[in-house]
Design a protein around this ligand. Structure first.
Ligand code: G3H
Length: 401
């Protein structure tokens, strides 16, 4: 597994303690936070106070397990998913972990009506607790009103986690992903550039409104594209509000922009090999790596979490990064996933995972997939991404035109 710790977080150890009334909320938030941390290469693990058989793990054993895990390399965040924990248990946890230089952050997610005293009495007593040398760090989020109460949030990692949780929209929604239609550069086997759609790519653009309307009906939708011509031409006929993000532009191939893989192999053989050896971290001369793309699209992910239904029309490398976020695909594998042209992918987050539906059109398109160790374009790539699509189910339908 390729792991690179986000700069400035090497020495931070944080125990995130989830406090919810509803078990499903806890499950959903824990699952999302774990995925988000993994995607940002922040090493994170969930600890429960019950084993697989449901037998309670003693408090002292749980603390020992967490502290032992934190002794491993690059461990940064432990998420405590405990039964019946209350914010008033805070001082106990805080003082124990503090001894091992582990910060704690309580994340409480509660309804507006229920547990009304949580914000007043227990917190008052917690913050005035004489045993506490320092006040607790916590965030209380009210489900319906979205009111929040934040106390003693003191570093970048905690701020980032809170910002993420604040942005999560728990409503039912779907996210549709599509590459742009086949482009002129795709036909010429060239990477990058800013070419227009091929005639088949234009056909896909014309089909897209029907495809989407069939899916979404009357529900609202917003369409996000990159700033490049091929994505905007693909979105051209869609009757929805559109937004072009620079952050959704294709991975910048630097000096190799506009070249074919064969030309890159001939002109920059060492780079060609280095990229195959570690495609996630390899940064093109004067360009970007997949790791760079993940960092650049983080604001897009944040906004995506806040929004309702969104259709994103962007590029192969960017879609691999977005797909990896939702499907928890390891860094080493995500740059090798196949995301074919002229295929719409629907992701529906649920409390149990993400449901994936693929709608493959019958408009032919070239493959742009290069296998590891070769500069040839593979016409029938092994579909690695399907391995990660089976969290719930995968459906493929052919759309006749
Ligand atoms: O550079 C253009 C491609 O969309 C990215 O594909 O990372 O498999 O070379 P690649």
């Amino acid at each position: 597994m390729t792991l690179k710790i986000v700069d400035g977080m090497e020495n931070k150890k944080l125990c995130l303690i989830m406090v919810t009334e509803d078990e499903r909320d806890k499950c959903f938030l824990t699952q999302k936070l774990t995925r988000y941390m993994g995607w940002l290469a922040i090493r994170c693990k969930v600890f429960k106070d019950r084993d697989i058989q449901g037998i309670e793990i003693k408090f002292d054993d749980l603390v020992t397990n967490v502290c032992e895990w934190f002794k491993e390399e690059h461990t940064t965040v432990a998420i405590l998913d405990l039964e019946n924990i209350k914010l008033s248990d805070g001082p106990k946890y805080d003082s124990i972990f503090r001894r091992d230089h582990i910060d704690t952050l309580f994340v409480e997610y509660i309804g507006d009506e229920a547990n009304q005293d949580t914000l007043s009495t227990p917190l008052e007593s917690i913050t005035s607790n004489k045993e506490l040398t320092d006040p607790l760090s916590y965030v209380v989020l009210r489900k319906e009103s979205k009111d929040i109460l934040v106390n003693k949030v003191e570093n970048y990692l905690q701020t980032r986690i809170i910002f993420y949780v604040l942005n999560i929209n728990m409503e039912n929604k779907s996210i549709w992903l599509s590459r742009h239609g086949e482009s002129v550069f795709n036909l010429e086997e060239k990477i990058g550039g800013d070419s227009s759609l091929s005639p088949r790519g234009q056909k896909y653009a014309q089909l897209l409104p029907d495809l989407i309307t069939k899916e979404i009906g009357e529900s609202p939708l917003i369409v996000w594209t990159s700033t490049l011509r091929r994505t905007q031409e693909t979105a051209k006929y869609l009757p929805y509000k559109k937004l072009a993000w620079k952050a959704l532009d294709e991975l910048d191939a630097g000096v190799c922009d506009g070249m074919t893989y064969k030309e890159i192999e001939e002109e920059y053989p060492e780079d060609f090999k280095a990229r195959d050896d570690d495609k996630y971290q390899y940064r093109y001369r004067g360009g970007e790596s997949y790791a760079d793309v993940v960092n650049r699209i983080e604001p897009v992910i944040m906004e995506l979490e806040r929004q309702e239904n969104v259709l994103i029309i962007t590029h192969q490398a960017v879609l691999r990064c977005i797909y990896a976020y939702f499907m928890n695909v390891p860094q080493g594998e995500s740059p090798w996933m196949t995301i074919p042209l002229h295929t719409l992918i629907k992701l529906t987050p649920t409390t149990d995972g993400v449901k994936v539906t693929r709608i493959k059109t019958d408009i032919p398109a070239v493959s742009t997939y290069k296998e590891k160790g070769s500069s040839d374009i593979t016409s029938n790539p092994s579909n690695l991404s399907s391995k990660y699509a089976n969290i719930l189910e995968e459906v493929s339908t052919i759309q006749k035109i």
